[in-house]
Design a protein around this ligand. Structure first.
Ligand code: ADP
Ligand code: MG
Length: 789
């Protein structure tokens, strides 16, 4: 097998630092020809204490350094594209991001949650791979994805549908199994087939959402766990039994932050320890690999190093991105990250082409070959069997021939097996049928049976030749017809496909009258604008809250969620993206309509050409002239017009395709933001509840003590002010007592909400938490009304 030996490529990416940029802390020297270098300069005031070393500057070499301005597409092109290409060729690949929390690992690997242009390496790689697969018709490709999260040495399948309903602890754990050849297999990790970019993206977002759902402030999964998104590709040439498998791991590691260990007497120790234990094991593996002549590499110490065994010192093209957030506070972490990167850069990997022969396919292939050889042998030797065909066999053959002649299917064949006697019999039989086509089949058959023995051999051979020719002719005709049929079918399919594609974007918006919606076959584009707009009727939210609150969502909780939603910073993103989505939809719809117009125009022009033909033909008959035999300039002009229209059709069509992808991505982003919002609320809500129970335990049981919950005052105040002061945003975690008290008597929403009078008996649910919520809410309203006057 082909082998490629290469050291791990190591890149660095510096995160933008925003307003408070600290100039002069580092410098980048991106040399076009050789490696680039990054110099980190330790400020004088830090050099003495923080970093336990008097050096003032540190230099590190990287394949390339992406400075703060570097955009996602550039990072993809230089880091991920070459790896993706190797994977397409049948090699394994890995890209992993390493760096402290907040340095941009997730941003680089998955992407930002706000802008389409911020999508990271995973979505871009998927897009690239599926594009390439589509272009290559020489092979049959199958793609699967898996998404593994490793938290606390346990693996979880992020694509497992049970995530929605259960806690992380209750999820089935992914475990490692080693086969006799020391290959790693992961039990309980699902491989989901993805036949196109859209399906793969949906899976990515599903996994990200599941990860978010499972995260709690306690486990902080997003900084303490590793995520491995894997694209599995297998390819096969048609007719070949050789299969190529390759895997691309895209890895978002846990935050690499360390604790500086203080030794006896308060002295700083040189070795700072990882917070994350499995990163410690990763470092050990890397140290071992970088050392010469080390025979034992401690892969087995942790789940992550086991899973990534091939990616580190094994059969893989591996690339690392060191993400850096170089400001004064993070200087020691940044130096640690770079040091780690330098060690990784020493590791050599050997990527081999992963080819294997499928035994089942091999058997099928060999059987076919044997059969073909047998046939050939029988034909070449012309070896006759001595015994005559039995009466039964003859009858069987007659039936076969009859069935064959009656079968209208152009693909039907007359298969009598490898027996020259039978083949000859069939030819003779067919000849007779040809010669006596007027006589009824039945009669002929019986006649033939009785006359068989008398048939003249000489004449028979000549007849046979004729018959053969005739058959050949028929065959050709049939082939031509079949091809025509196929072409027609394909045309029809293409038309449907184009319609689907072109209008998948616009049809989900509003039914464009010019498009036949019934023709949309694909159920996969399952989003609609209605859905995208409808943020409150979310199924997610209900499953969420009900999971956390044990099935009960009290009135107060619902109200609070509405307010929370409005105040939450993410709702800005939602609004912005919603706006953008609407714009894109409108654009898509407009394009769709334009496309329709152009198509109609083309059809119209075609009609004109046909008319022209008819006219000229008629003219040629009535008054023949020289001129009519030359090229028709009018027709030429029409044709040029058609070509132009086709060109613009193509441009618009491509734009529409792009738009469709962007729209889908935006929708997924919004879905994600939505889930996050619900989650944040959930956390906030339960924290508030705990705080309250600690402060005022009597609230739960007593209905007389009408203590007012501060957050409900806030909620109610905000409910009432929100409608006319758009700019006020309340952070639910702040204590906003005394803030935002602008309740005016002109507030219309207060009038609409009639508070129950204090004498009314309040229907309580019997559930203490829910009751407390309701009571608090009512009390809060009363309070406001009192203030109001
Ligand atoms: P990590 O995954 O390493 O903890 P994140 O990727 O979550 O870090 O990044 C932290 C924050 O910084 C996020 O809000 C992210 O959007 C932002 N960020 C990181 N890198 C970049 C970048 N190159 N450009 C713009 N924003 C970035
Ligand atoms: Mg992260």
């Amino acid at each position: 097998a082909t082998m490629v030996k290469e050291t791990i490529r190591v890149y660095a990416r510096v995160k933008p630092l925003g307003r408070r940029q600290q100039a002069g802390i580092y410098s980048v020297d991106n040399d076009e020809k050789s490696l680039s270098s990054l110099e980190i300069i330790v400020p004088r005031d830090l050099a003495d204490g923080f970093v336990n070393n008097k050096r003032e500057s540190y230099k590190f070499k990287f394949q390339k350094i992406f400075d703060q301005e570097a955009k996602q597409d550039v990072v993809f092109d230089s880091v991920a594209k070459p790896v993706a290409e190797c994977v397409l060729a049948g090699y394994n690949g890995t890209i992993f991001a390493y760096g402290q929390t907040g340095s941009g690992k997730t941003f680089t690997i998955t992407g930002g949650a706000e802008r389409y242009s911020d999508r990271g390496i995973i979505p871009r790689t998927l897009s690239y791979i599926f594009d390439q697969l589509q272009k290559d018709s020489s092979k049959v490709y199958t793609t699967h994805v898996s998404y593994l999260e490793i938290y606390n040495e346990c693996g979880y399948d992020l694509l497992d549908s049970r995530h929605e309903a259960s806690r992380l602890e209750d999820m089935p754990k992914v475990t490692i199994m080693e086969d006799p050849d020391q290959n790693i297999h992961l039990k309980n990790l699902s491989l989901q087939q993805a036949t196109n970019e859209e399906e793969a993206l949906n899976l990515l977002f599903l996994g990200d959402t599941n990860r978010m759902i499972a995260e709690t402030p306690m486990n902080q999964a997003s900084t303490r766990s590793h995520c491995i998104f894997t694209i599995h590709i297998s390819s096969k040439e048609p007719g070949s039994a050789t299969i190529r498998h390759s895997k691309l791991h895209l890895v978002d590691l846990a935050g690499s932050e360390r604790v500086a260990k203080t030794g006896v007497g308060g002295h700083l120790l040189t070795e700072a320890k990882y917070i994350n234990l499995s990163l410690h094991y990763l470092e050990q593996v890397i140290i071992a690999l970088a050392e010469k002549n080390r025979s034992h590499i401690p892969y087995r110490n942790s789940m992550m190093t086991s899973v990534l065994r091939d990616s580190l010192g094994g059969n893989c093209m591996t690339t690392m991105i060191a993400t850096l957030s170089i400001d004064k506070r993070n200087i020691d972490e940044s130096i640690s990250t770079c040091r780690f990167a330098q060690r990784v850069a020493l590791i050599k990997n050997e990527a081999v082409l992963n080819e294997e022969i499928d035994p089942r396919l091999m058997i099928v292939q060999l059987k076919k070959e044997i059969q073909e050889l047998k046939d050939e042998l029988a034909l070449v030797t012309g070896k006759q069997r001595t015994s005559e065909l039995s009466q039964e066999e003859l009858l069987q053959l007659d039936e076969l021939i009859e069935a064959f002649l009656e079968d209208n299917d152009p693909d039907s064949i007359l298969d009598v097996g490898v027996d020259m006697r039978k083949i000859k019999y069939c030819f003779v039989h067919l000849k007779q049928l040809m010669n006596h086509s007027k006589i009824s089949d039945k009669k002929l058959l019986s006649q033939h049976n009785s006359n068989k023995k008398d048939s003249n051999k000489e004449a028979g051979e000549e007849e046979l030749k004729k018959l053969k020719e005739l058959l050949q002719q028929r065959d050709n005709e049939i082939n031509i017809l079949v091809n025509m049929l196929k072409k027609e079918e394909k045309k029809a399919q293409d038309a449907v496909f184009h319609l689907n594609d072109a209008f998948a974007g616009s049809t989900v918006l509003e039914q464009s009258p010019s498009v036949n919606l019934e023709e949309r076959k694909s159920p996969s584009s399952s989003f609609s604008l209605k859905e995208a707009n409808d943020f409150s009727s979310s199924v997610h939210r209900l499953t969420f809250l009900s999971r956390e609150t044990g099935g009960k969502m009290s009135l107060g909780c619902q109200e609070a969620f509405e307010v929370f939603k409005r105040d939450h910073a993410d709702s800005i993103t939602i609004d912005d993206n919603n706006q953008l989505l609407k714009q894109r939809f409108a654009e898509a719809k407009c394009l769709g309509e334009k496309l329709n117009e152009v198509r109609n125009k083309i059809n119209h022009l075609k009609g004109k050409i046909t008319q022209r033909h008819i006219q000229r033909a008629a003219l040629a008959v009535s008054s023949p002239s020289e001129e009519l035999n030359t090229l028709d300039p009018v027709e030429e002009k029409l044709r040029t017009q058609i070509e132009e229209e086709k060109k613009s059709y193509k441009t618009m069509f491509n734009r529409l395709k792009e738009l469709k992808l962007e729209i889908e991505h935006l929708q997924l982003l919004m879905e994600k933001v939505k889930v996050k919002l619900q989650k944040d609320f959930e956390v906030w809500w339960s924290e508030e509840a705990i705080n309250l129970q600690q402060e005022k335990p009597e609230m739960i049981s007593s209905t007389n003590t009408m203590t007012v919950y501060p957050q409900f005052i806030k909620s109610v105040q905000h409910l009432s002010t929100n409608s006319f002061s758009e700019t006020t945003r309340v952070n639910p975690n702040e204590d906003s007592a005394g803030k935002n008290n602008s309740i005016t008597s002109s507030n219309p929403s207060l009038k609409a909400r009639t508070p129950p009078s204090s004498s009314t008996s309040i229907p309580l649910t019997g559930d203490s938490q829910a009751d407390a919520d309701i009571l608090a809410f009512i009390k809060a309203r009363q309070n406001i009304l009192q203030k109001k006057g």
